[in-house]
Design a protein around this ligand. Sequence first.
Ligand SMILES: Nc1ncnc2c1ncn2[C@@H]1O[C@H](COP(=O)(O)OP(=O)(O)O)[C@@H](O)[C@H]1O
Ligand SMILES: [Mg+2]
Ligand SMILES: [Zn+2]
Length: 502
Amino acid sequence: MYARIRSLGIKGIGGYEVELEVSISSGLPRLDMVGLPDAAVKEAADRVRAAIKHNGWDFPVSRITVNLAPADTKKAGTVYDLPVLLGILAATGQCKAPRPEDMFFGELSLTGQLRPVSGALPMALAAEAAGARRLFVPRDNAAEAAFAQGLQVYPVENVRQLTAFLAGEREMEPAAPGVIDPDSAPVPDFAEVKGQENVKRALEVAAAGGHNVLMVGPPGAGKSMLAKRLPGILPDMDREEALRTTAIWSVAGLTTAENPVVVRRPFRAPNQTASRQALAGGADLRPGEMSLAHNGVLFLDELPEFHRDVIDLLRQPLEEGEVTVSRASGTVTYPSRFMLVCAMNPCRCGWYGHPSGRCRCTERSVREYQGKISGPLLDRIDIMVEVPALEYEELEARPGGESSAAIKERVDAARAAQRERFAGTAVLENARMGPAEMEAFCGLDPEGSALMKGAYEALGLTARSYDRILRVARTIADLDGAERIQAMHLAEAIQYRTFQLK
Ligand SMILES: Nc1ncnc2c1ncn2[C@@H]1O[C@H](COP(=O)(O)OP(=O)(O)O)[C@@H](O)[C@H]1O
Ligand SMILES: [Mg+2]
Ligand SMILES: [Zn+2]
């Protein structure tokens, strides 16, 4: 007796087809799983046996072999519970065999209820690519899986309901196709931030060109408050971006039935005590914070409190837009392209430079504190901005700043100019211009050249910071709707590099 059931697996953040063959033969009763199953997959046997008995079917008293193909990839998790159960029922003639274009995944409870699994979206996309027409998934995974197009996703509550449907004895409604609506995930608004007009402007420029930012200022000045509002002024993700980020979240187990898809650019703020694994990923080969921030913002608050090797981990994603994780169980590469936003106090006590003279740190301790941020990291920051403590009058005033929606309109316009300019190239935003694009789009007029020369000499700039200034100036010109970078655009960009740490 034999049955074949089509299912899916996850590698990295991608899904792939897995075919189960179930063979039942005479011999001592036992169930063997072959094809590199992990411990959770092997435990399927116990859940399946219990669910079969609980629902009044017969569990064959024979030798059962389940082969998971392709046999050379590791199969993980509990997604094969449902296919194994169906395979046994179909092989023993206790349920109607599924159609060749049906696929299944899902974890079972001992009573045969379906439980959600992680990775629903990438598996559904793989099902679509493999030509499946119907995909049967746990009910709580259905909303997420339904973002795959070209196949019908059926939400399954329990195995009885499914076998009755396969036998044509009852109806089942496929899930409605998913809709990506950024407004379904509200974010805090810039209108609530009092004062700090310079910082808001700097963040607008950063959002418009995808530039990395460092904010420096005393405790309570509003650094965290400002950073959290960035997703509200960043351009909406297109469908491709939203699904890619969702796939990462899904594999990490962060999507839910209520929030099945990441509709807004993510904002991730890992804790200073976060381990290398938490940032880069790796536990069970799950993606870390740097990948969860893909297409969005990675916020490192209190930057000097992060461990040095954690900061070194940022280098690969900042340069390559992805992160490679190696563990005994294998190597995986996850997408990891984010806007880096950092915040820090100017000194250990936080008040260095404050007019009240409250800071009691020695010059040496200030230098040590700031020295914790490595030069290579600072080299990747395009915009440094001071966030001063609010004056009492500002604090007392009612908030009445510009709304995020108004700022976002300008950001969107600047992004549209960039899209047009970079059409047909791999570059998406000014921050990622290479030498060829800079040569083509960042030419300076004589006034700009003179200004740049002066700044280069007076500020002791490096070639790298020279390039960063030009990219930021390009963004400022885009916000201004200008074809060419003008001296005033350049002057503002230079100002974002002249904020000197000690
Ligand atoms: N510019 C501001 N406008 C309105 N409220 C502010 C402002 N700055 C700080 N606050 C208030 O102070 C709190 C602490 O600010 P926070 O952003 O955590 O400061 P920081 O990160 O610089 O230490 C905020 O949650 C907010 O209530
Ligand atoms: Mg803070
Ligand atoms: Zn101090």
